[in-house]
Ligand binder design. Structure first.
Ligand SMILES: [Zn+2]
Length: 466
């Protein structure tokens, strides 16, 4: 694996006249400012127009200047929990609890293969890009025996759409006959999982700076994997230098499951298996008591907050205000599209703001805090906060440019409030690693209509398989 090679005299791109919210450590914002990008790197951010020396590079490289007036530039958004394949099972079990929803969908997912996953992952990634996401993780945990190279299909899709990708090799080894929730037909043997995980890291992980792909390991949840697998996966991940992820403390039923099977809370269970640390981030974290929050903060363990999915499944409301107050790193996730049909990352920013205030009062989360969850918060969870998550000279050019001068937003006093509380704005430009992925609200890397047609066919084929 290698990072892209840029020409000797790379393109210099100048965004001029936009509002800029940098999400840097000082909270720097400019009502009218500029961003200069050279190749895949941000070379300047500031108020007013760019200095002439930056705007007219002498090295002979080409310059593209974009009049960005009427727009707001933010860091590209970072999605920290997703299951791309679930794009094909949206709208099913629409009024179910988590355990009911899983029980209904496991048999459908058991019939997928790489030919199905490829168009579904492409569609999920394409919609993430259209909603301002420049980096996403994927948690793929269902590997049917005759499914083919499912991880390879998602990696190819991410390359095609052009997103920075943090896939995780997920897994389940605790079937119903052994006391788990999933049917035996969708679980794998532990040794096979560990071997496949090792191979996936060797094949796909690029640990180099500016990487477009970093692997992680992600056994699925306390009720679908064994403690032995959790321990072994943690050891393998740490030997390989990759991060760990799992679902945790999502529902009250999971709390009951852990009390009954392990005699402790979900966080105590993970703690007993060596699964807390600054290389671990957990999806959901809805049902956390004060002791659990203290322990997550002390260990540097992160939480991927997925407010739409939690609402869709009636799981509860994550204590984001308390997590942030305790110093826990929190990012945002759309979660799989089967439990979050909107799957819009900017939509999750709005949702996170509203549910935090509904649960904990009007000061529970500011609009800027919510945007930080989707930018620097996500970058910390993925271990990339020195490279992405804010607009600063030297960081990678992952930038979202939102148009705020059309009907839904024109005249809103604060551009950050317009972005977070208003309708989803047109995305004027999405740069990932300096490359254009979306322009004028249209994908430029793939044909959006074709992607939709292929995903629709794949969903129908999956639903019809027996
Ligand atoms: Zn999930």
């Amino acid at each position: 694996m290698s990072t892209p090679v840029f020409p000797v005299n790379p393109l210099t791109l100048i965004l001029d006249g936009c509002a800029v919210v940098t999400m840097d450590g000082q909270g720097s914002e400019y009502a009218a400012g500029h961003i200069v990008v050279t190749g895949n790197t941000i070379t300047a951010v500031g108020p007013g127009s760019p200095p002439a020396s930056l705007a007219n590079p002498a090295a002979g490289g080409a310059i593209r200047r974009i009049d960005a007036s009427g727009c707001l530039a933010t860091p590209g958004l970072i999605n920290t929990h997703h299951h791309l394949y679930q794009w094909g099972t949206r709208g099913m079990a629409a009024d179910a609890t988590l355990f009911e929803w899983l029980t209904q969908l496991y048999p459908v997912w058991a019939r997928m293969d790489a030919g199905i996953v490829s168009p579904l992952a492409t569609a999920a990634l394409a919609w993430l890009a259209r909603t301002g996401c420049s980096t996403t993780m994927d948690h793929h945990y269902v590997f049917p025996r005759s499914g083919g190279d499912l991880l390879g299909a998602t990696v190819a899709a991410a390359r095609q759409v052009g997103l920075r990708f943090h896939p995780t090799r997920g897994s389940m080894d605790l079937g119903a006959s052994s006391g788990g929730l999933p049917p035996d037909e969708v679980v794998e043997d532990r040794d096979a999982i560990l071997a496949a995980s090792k191979s996936a890291i060797e094949e796909f992980n690029d640990p180099s700076p500016q990487s477009m792909l970093r692997m992680g390991l992600a056994p699925c949840s306390p009720f679908s994997v064994t403690g032995e697998l959790l321990s072994d996966a943690a050891q393998l991940a740490r030997e390989a230098g990759v991060r760990l992820h799992t679902h945790l403390a999502e529902t009250a039923e999971e709390d009951e499951y852990c009390a009954e099977h392990f005699g402790c809370t979900p966080v105590e269970y993970l703690d007993s298996l060596g699964w807390l640390g600054d290389d671990v981030w957990l999806a959901h974290g809805v049902h956390l008591d004060d002791a659990a929050i203290t322990r997550l903060a002390a260990t540097g363990t992160g939480v991927a907050h997925c407010p739409s999915s939690n609402g869709r499944l009636g799981a509860g409301i994550c204590r984001t205000h308390d997590l942030l107050a305790a110093g826990v790193h929190v990012g945002l996730g759309v979660d799989g599209a089967a439990s979050s049909e909107e799957s819009s990352l900017i939509g999750e920013v709005r949702q996170a703001t509203l549910v935090a205030r509904s649960a904990s009062g009007p000061r529970a989360m500011t609009v800027r805090q919510a945007l930080e969850l989707a930018t620097m918060g996500g970058a910390r969870l993925l271990g990339r906060d020195n490279e992405i998550g804010s607009l600063e000279a030297g960081k990678l050019a992952d930038i979202a440019l939102w148009r705020l001068d059309t009907l839904p937003h024109a005249g809103i006093a604060d551009p950050v409030a317009a972005l977070v509380l208003g309708a989803r704005p047109p995305l004027e430009l999405l740069l990932v690693n300096g490359e254009t992925v979306v322009e004028r609200d249209q994908l430029v890397t793939v044909d959006e209509r074709e992607v939709a047609v292929h995903a629709s066919h794949a969903s129908a084929e999956l639903a019809g398989r027996r």
